[in-house]
Design a protein. Structure first.
Length: 141
């Protein structure tokens, strides 16, 4: 079995920080995160290609301490989590800690909600949080 050391270290950091009050990274005024695609209300064939956009900040991998940067998280069919702690890592809270700006999601047919949250080097949302509008898509049968 090949182990992804970066993923293990990132998961260990999330576990270590979970529940603890951690300092939050300031977000620049006017920063925003948004879906380039799919569009809100779209009906799409699966798997769903998702392209994430960011304005007023840069993208950097988790663990990188660079000013005015963060990395994407997609919330799938879930309400926003607590925004002053590291974001959970599971099927409903997808982490893109390598700095990815696009992905493919395998979602079952039906309606789904998607929302982006930018996380700092520790997977903690910025202050104020940089969060997209929640969109709804339909995956065709």
């Amino acid at each position: 079995m090949i182990l992804n050391v970066a993923a293990i270290a990132s998961a260990a950091m999330i576990v270590a920080l979970a529940g603890a009050q951690v300092p939050r990274t300031k977000a620049p005024a006017g920063a925003s995160v948004y879906f380039v695609s799919p569009a809100d209300g779209a009906t799409v064939e699966g798997p769903v290609k998702v392209v994430m956009g960011l304005s007023g900040m840069g993208v950097a991998p988790a663990g990188v301490d660079a000013p005015d940067t963060g990395h994407h998280h997609i919330l799938v069919n879930v309400d926003r989590p607590v925004l002053d702690q590291p974001l959970p890592a599971d099927d409903r809270h997808r982490h893109f800690g390598k700095g990815q700006t696009e992905t493919t999601l395998d979602l079952p047919p039906g309606k789904h909600t998607l929302q982006l949250v930018l996380g700092d080097r520790n997977h903690v949302p910025h202050d104020p949080p940089v969060v997209s509008k929640k969109i709804t898509i339909t995956v065709a049968r």
